[in-house]
Design a protein around this ligand. Structure first.
Ligand SMILES: C[S@@+](CC[C@H](N)C(=O)[O-])C[C@H]1O[C@@H](n2cnc3c(N)ncnc32)[C@H](O)[C@@H]1O
Length: 248
């Protein structure tokens, strides 16, 4: 099966449990805290509501619903018809039907006109076959001055045990999507301003430990945290997963 057909078939392959997970995300997910942190950071980067947002590869729509609940007018878009059906149900259940619309289609080929203030790929661009086409399509959908935000895994993602298992079982793409690649494609598409910000999951795992390690000032752990924090501030790693913001 071709990867795009596999993306379309993914939810059906997961069955009722998958639908339930999608409908209740992020609360149904073991990484709920990280997802909530991530959406919070992304909200901080968006222009104030009511702006128009395009959520590319929205899956069951949880991110679209969070943006809509904050007052944005949101278009969620996904290649899988059953994901879009879940997203519509989800929006209705959360009472944001009037601030959301959902489109089924391929984000590498969407033509929506330059009408959005922000476009977001949240954990979806690394499923693309051609990320250059997807980033160019997002550029076309943005108003001049609009921003594209990506929240994607970096180098090594395609080799992780979880990705290898997902590719073997479902046939979907699990590609590396590091900031250097996203920015190179962005530059080709016509984006001008670029920012690379630490992945919320990295901040979460670096600083937010359930146990208190603060007793010992010069512990190995504390030095590691310091080194990581200094790198995040002064020399963001353009190979590892990150949030990238590009301006049209
Ligand atoms: C890992 S899921 C993330 C979904 C959602 N953003 C979330 O956080 O729950 C990746 C999503 O990208 C969608 N996708 C993959 N390739 C796509 C394409 N070419 N066009 C649109 N959506 C695509 C999949 O159907 C899937 O819903």
């Amino acid at each position: 099966m071709m990867p795009k057909d596999a993306e379309r078939a993914y939810l059906a392959n997961l069955g009722a449990q998958g639908v339930n997970h999608s409908l209740n995300k992020p609360f149904s997910d073991p990484e709920c805290g990280i997802h909530l942190a991530a959406i919070g950071f992304i909200m901080r980067l968006l222009p104030p509501p009511p702006a128009r947002i395009l959520d590319l590869g929205c899956g069951g729509g949880w991110t679209s619903i969070f943006y809509a609940r904050l007052g944005y007018q949101v278009t969620g878009q996904d290649i899988a018809p059953d994901m879009i059906a879940v997203a519509r149900d989800n929006a209705r259940i959360n009472d944001v039907g009037s601030r959301t619309d959902f489109l089924c289609g391929d984000f590498e080929h969407i033509e929506l006109g330059a009408q959005y203030d922000a476009a977001i790929f949240f954990d979806s661009l690394h499923h693309a076959e051609d990320e250059a086409l997807a980033i160019h399509a997002a550029w076309r959908a943005l108003k001049p001055g609009g921003i594209l935000i990506t929240h994607e895994p970096g180098e090594g993602h395609s080799q992780s045990a979880e990705s290898i298992a997902a590719m073997a079982r479902f046939g979907v793409n699990e590609r590396d999507m590091p900031p250097h690649l996203i920015m190179a494609r962005g530059r080709d598409a016509g984006f001008t301003g670029f920012r690379v910000l630490p992945m919320p999951s990295l901040l979460y795992s670096t600083f937010y430990q359930p146990r208190d390690y603060s007793g010992r000032w010069f512990s190995k752990r504390r030095w590691k945290m310091l080194a990581r924090a200094a790198r995040m501030i002064f020399k963001p790693d353009v190979r590892e997963g990150a949030v990238v913001v590009m301006t049209k």
